[in-house]
Design a protein around this ligand. Structure first.
Ligand SMILES: *Cc1c(COP(=O)(O)O)cnc(C)c1O
Length: 364
């Protein structure tokens, strides 16, 4: 028996979500986004579930190299390209495709002799205002890249900042269309939000991330409404229960005070496991499959919940922090963040297990 906290990764859910992304963007090549260790799920762990993708996209060169060492043979796109010319020989050796978003990267490609030319995705800033060339620069940069002996093939791409809005999306799409006018190269536009709206967004390569892991890219449409299944379930157990008298407080700083007598349960999970410390009182948690609410500050190793809604719960009762039956998006919304952040933040001390099916009984 070890400390009962565990992240369970459901490969069947990943496969299903990938299939859904594929159906929505029929005809486009699908690059599954696996940056940040596959959004916290474990890159090599999820790889078998992504075998139907046409390729993978991430930005960590060491992770891309480890994929090749595992004999992953399809396209791998580095979403931020390279940070220095010293990375180019490894990139060429490993047959990695690169984003080029800055003129300095163009210069490095022009001046560094390569053993093999690269596939390059020229990134255009259409309103996100982080990375990418201005629409007015695109033609000249595309000409320079296509003339370079370091470039084997050219594609045009952009990243959507406001794919959940009407106005913002259409402005960006128009800007991309104007910047690419007359250029004969394939295009990549859609992240998960763009895949869900593929009929408006289009493109030759799609780059879904969050939807593959079963979390919604939109603030209003839930993952369930989109037909997505959670790939990660973060589980724990109650390791203590207490009766609180009226006016008794719980945890550091007395962050919660009971208005009436009730029971509280203590869960073996805290912010050092990746649960957000800023989750306020009332954040949802499942105990024995029933929705209960946090009561008191999340501490490093523990958190506490009001057990009024789960009278049968006792020491050893199963807890779901997020995942099956409790969307990570609901927990994230209560904690004023997004599912992406919670999934990426599961801490190294949490053990992971992989399953193929929906519900399983796990010996914690
Ligand atoms: C992270 C990322 C994606 C995936 O975005 P999701 O919202 O997770 O689908 C796509 N494209 C780029 C450039 C990214 O950085």
């Amino acid at each position: 028996m070890s400390r009962p906290v565990l992240a369970q990764i459901n490969l069947a859910a990943l496969r299903k979500n990938l299939r859904m992304a594929r159906e929505k963007s029929a005809g486009a090549q699908l690059l599954a986004v696996v940056k940040a260790n596959a959004y916290g799920h474990g890159l090599l762990r999820v790889l078998p579930a992504l075998s139907d993708a046409d390729g993978l996209a991430l930005l960590e060169l060491d992770a891309a190299v480890s994929l090749r060492e595992q004999h992953y043979g399809r396209r791998i796109l580095l979403l931020e390209g390279f940070f220095g010319a010293d990375e180019l020989s490894e990139i060429a050796l490993r047959r990695l495709a690169v984003v080029v978003h800055h003129i300095e990267q163009v210069r490095m490609l022009e001046t560094t002799p390569l053993t093999r030319p690269l596939e390059v995705f020229l990134k255009i800033n259409t309103g996100m205002n982080r990375l990418g060339f201005k629409p007015s620069e695109v033609r000249e940069v595309a000409d320079r890249l296509s003339a370079s002996s370091s470039v084997a093939a050219l594609r045009l791409m952009t990243h959507l900042a406001r794919a959940d809005e009407e106005e913002g999306l259409h402005e960006q799409l128009q800007s991309f269309e104007d910047a690419c006018k007359g250029l004969p190269y394939p295009r990549s536009i859609a992240n998960s939000a763009g895949v869900v709206r593929f009929s408006e967004v289009g493109g030759d390569y799609v780059r879904p991330g969050i939807m593959l892991y079963g979390s919604s890219p939109f603030p209003y449409d839930t993952a369930e409404m989109l037909g997505l299944s959670p790939a990660m379930t973060l589980r724990s157990e109650l390791i203590a229960v207490h009766d609180l008298k009226p006016n008794a407080s719980v945890g550091y700083g007395g962050g919660y005070t009971a208005a009436r007598a009730h029971r509280v349960g203590v869960i073996a999970c805290g912010y050092a496991d990746g649960y957000p410390r800023h989750a306020p009182n009332g954040t949802p948690v499942l105990v024995c499959g029933k929705k209960v609410r946090t009561a008191g500050r999340v501490s490093m190793d523990l958190m506490t919940v009001d057990l009024t809604e789960a009278p049968e719960a006792g020491v050893g009762s199963p807890v779901v922090l997020w995942g099956e039956e409790l969307s990570v998006d609901d927990v994230a919304a209560a904690a004023s963040t997004v599912g992406y952040e919670l999934l990426c933040a599961v801490a190294p001390r949490v053990p992971f297990v992989t399953t193929e099916i929906g519900k399983v009984d796990i010996e914690l």
